[in-house]
Design a protein around this ligand. Structure first.
Ligand code: KG4
Ligand code: ZN
Length: 340
């Protein structure tokens, strides 16, 4: 089965083809440079850019794979959560294509796709825990199977990536700032700034990063931090540590509550963070388990994760009717797939 995957939930337009679990070709257009001018994603601009890119990207994907559109067996598209205007561009394109080619369609949960992307090039293991850490989400899941993924915890306010991006913006780093903060942190002294490890005095698996963001922002403003300030690396190191430790505490708690699990999948843009990877790996090793992070090119938003998830669910017979909805961030994604 050859599955086309379309991702357009935020500011990356990604398309890919997966055949029998193998990635055949992928194309990606990032809008990061455009949004950097505004210090964050501008939703209206994002949807216009998707509209501009998506057709030419589809043509170049077919060219790269040396196939015609009629070879596609299933069209999969990220249906949410994300920015509604952006999701609608991908969904409308996918629906038009499925209708024109007379092929089935499948709307994919973007967050589940981030986690399932770890299966590209290796066998997925279940049951497992899944941690999605991105610019818009910080969520913990129990993964029973590709079609049975349930949320155990989520952020009540800001996502981890949002904290990196906002603090980076305040300090004059360009958007998205996570990678620059990660690099700066390697040469900083984390003891120079006392940042809170937030929302740990409870017994749940939720996160709250807004207090940490405010505390870090106060330091950034009071010290007048900018890219040349000698103390910027110290604040980055303290911020990296506070977020990494908080994630580790909640993941340890989730493992205690799910003793049958010894595999942790980590995905989303923030999963590229070196300290977070190292610390989560340490947590899993200590318990004779394994942390598996998607390959770096599949950590960020991409079409391959949608094509792969579409293939996984599609081969089990899942399909959507053409009138399925795109779901913006904050709304629950309905379980409305049918099996054929
Ligand atoms: O998954 P993603 O591409 O897009 C969504 O937000 O859905 O994630 C982007 C986020 C941004 O917040 C970016 O700053 C962060 O991932 N990021 C990192 C690193 N690389 C990217 N955060 C921390 N450390 C990194 N190395
Ligand atoms: Zn994402």
């Amino acid at each position: 089965m050859l599955c086309l995957g379309i991702e357009s939930s935020c500011d990356d337009t990604g398309l890919a083809l997966v055949e029998d679990g193998r990635l055949i070709a992928s194309v990606l257009a990032s809008q990061a440079d455009r949004h950097a001018l505004f210090g964050g994603v501008v939703p209206e601009l994002a949807s216009r850019e998707h509209l501009r890119y998506i057709g030419p990207l589809f043509d170049s994907l077919l060219e790269k794979a040396h196939i015609g559109a009629s070879a596609i067996d299933l069209v999969a598209v990220a249906r949410g959560p994300g920015l509604l205007g952006s999701l609608l561009v991908g969904a409308a394109f996918a629906k038009g294509l499925a209708l024109g080619l007379e092929k089935p369609i499948l709307g994919i949960n973007h967050l589940h796709a981030h986690l399932l992307a770890a299966g590209i090039g290796r066998e997925l293991r279940f049951p497992a825990l899944g941690l999605v850490i991105s610019g818009g989400h910080t969520e913990i899941y129990r993964m029973e199977a590709a079609d049975s993924i349930s949320r155990l915890g989520r952020t009540l306010d800001d996502a981890a990536g949002e904290v990196f991006d906002k603090i980076g913006n305040l300090c004059g780093l360009s958007y998205p700032a996570g990678r620059a903060i990660d690099e700066l942190a390697c040469r900083g002294d984390r003891a120079e700034f006392a940042l809170p490890h937030p929302y740990l005095r409870n017994d749940n698996l939720d996160f709250s990063f807004s207090g940490l963001k405010t505390a870090a922002a106060r330091y950034a403003e009071s010290c007048g931090l900018d890219p040349d300030h000698p103390k910027l690396a110290d604040l980055c190191a303290a911020l990296n540590l506070a977020i990494a430790d908080t994630l580790c505490v909640k993941i340890t708690r989730a493992l205690d509550a799910n003793p049958d699990i010894d595999t942790l999948y980590v995905a989303g843009g923030v999963a590229a963070n070196s300290l977070i990877r190292k610390k989560l790996d340490g947590v899993m090793r200590e318990r004779q388990g394994e942390m598996i992070a998607a390959a770096p090119e599949f950590c960020m938003d991409n079409g391959a994760m949608i094509a792969y998830s579409g293939w996984l669910l599609g081969k089990s017979g899942y399909r959507h009717e053409l009138d399925f909805e795109a779901i913006p961030r904050g709304r629950t994604i309905p379980l409305d797939m049918a099996t054929r």
